[in-house]
Design a protein around this ligand. Structure first.
Ligand code: ZN
Ligand code: ZN
Length: 368
């Protein structure tokens, strides 16, 4: 019998960390901290760590990997599994990291007599993955952060082979939304084309979203696209992961994108800028040089601060929402496909341990 202990990430947005015990052994799915000023850690203790056989990391964002140093503090000796790109993106390396190569996608990888797993791409950021884990007789599906319709990235699901899942942990990060990402890209393009002389600024982050929007606009508008040099090495990972990119896109876009957009100097007066949202001063500086520029926001925003104030200024800003998680219909689809005996919806304040598939359906009106 699986025993699940949620150490963070359910009923809240951040510090994803799930401790799963079976037959006196245990595994950990993700090991994240809260992405806030306090960087709140998960409720992971020395006792948990002592029982652990293996740790599975879905991707590099700190709400999934930021508490990995805690494992070292308590002298964790087991393996930490992650993709090659996740390992590259982490700020530092960890002892006993076990990287799986792209060629092992959807193959069973053995950890011990009672533990084996498969992985596949989850479309959220380059290198992000889901896991299907066999732990003694039980089978677990862990979606990680999942985007079904990324413009650039592949997202797959475990092969349909009659597997009965005992437990699924499903990303519900955008449960209150219903969004078609391609439509959003088209709307952004249309909006930008209606403002031909105004520079455009996207406050951005290290995410699949930044790469999706930048490459789409590069391909579909005449405008110069300029990427903050902070993102060069992150975007390099896309070039090193052709198997993670939707087939036509790699050849169609990425080659010319790199030559044109990875430059420090901007030549035109109406370029599209992707600037790190953390460095607010850079956005402020650009607005100082180009007072007519428009700032386009594409996701949730922190409660207050410079960017929030900017977003209130309708003459200077515009909002669209591009998915970086599963939305309501995606969640239903994935839940149905996996059809686990027990499903835990994580990554949202709106879902909790008691949220079940039937309750989700009943509550449709309430949460959209
Ligand atoms: Zn993430
Ligand atoms: Zn996340």
């Amino acid at each position: 019998m699986l025993k699940v202990e949620i150490l963070g990430g359910v009923g809240e947005y951040g510090r994803n960390c799930f401790f799963i015990e079976n037959e006196e052994h245990a595994i950990l799915l993700d090991c994240g901290i809260m992405n806030d000023a306090e960087k709140t850690p998960p409720n992971l203790t020395k006792d948990h760590v002592e029982k652990l056989d293996a740790v599975f990391i879905s991707h590099s964002h700190i709400d999934h990997s930021g508490a990995l140093p805690m494992l070292e503090t308590w002298d964790y000796k087991g393996e930490i599994f992650m993709s090659k790109m996740t390992a590259r993106q982490l700020k530092r390396s960890f002892k006993n990291t076990k990287i799986f190569q792209p060629t092992t996608i959807e193959k069973w990888l053995r950890v011990s007599d009672y533990l084996e797993f498969q992985w596949g791409y989850s479309g959220h950021i380059v290198g992000s993955v889901w896991y299907k884990i066999r732990f003694f007789k039980e089978v677990i599906f862990f979606s990680g952060d999942y985007v079904m319709d990324s413009y650039l990235l592949n997202a797959t699901l475990p092969q349909v082979d009659g597997t009965k899942y005992d437990l699924a942990l499903i990303d519900s990060g955008h449960i209150e939304k219903q969004i078609n990402n391609l439509e959003v890209l088209q709307q952004i393009k249309k909006y930008i084309e209606e403002q031909p002389s105004r520079p455009i600024i996207f406050p951005s982050s290290f995410s699949g979203k930044t790469a999706d929007i930048a490459t789409y606009l590069f391909q579909h508008t005449e405008r110069e696209v300029n990427i903050d040099k902070e993102y060069f090495s992150f975007l390099e990972d896309y070039y090193n992961s052709p198997e993670n990119i939707r087939t036509p896109r790699y050849e169609e876009i990425l080659k010319s994108f790199k030559m044109d957009c990875f430059r420090e100097r901007v030549e035109s007066e109406n370029a599209i800028y992707f600037v790190s949202e953390i460095n607010e001063w850079k956005i402020e500086e650009l607005l100082h040089i180009y007072p007519t520029a428009i700032v386009i926001f594409t996701g949730y925003m922190k409660k207050d601060g410079y960017l929030k104030r900017l977003a209130r200024n309708k003459a200077q800003s515009k909002q669209f929402f591009y998915k970086t998680h599963l939305d309501y219909l995606d969640i239903l689809e994935l839940s149905k496909t996996i059809n686990a005996t027990d499903t835990i919806y994580f990554h949202s304040r709106l879902t909790n341990r008691k949220t079940t598939f039937t309750k989700l359906v009943e509550k449709k009106e309430e949460i959209i």
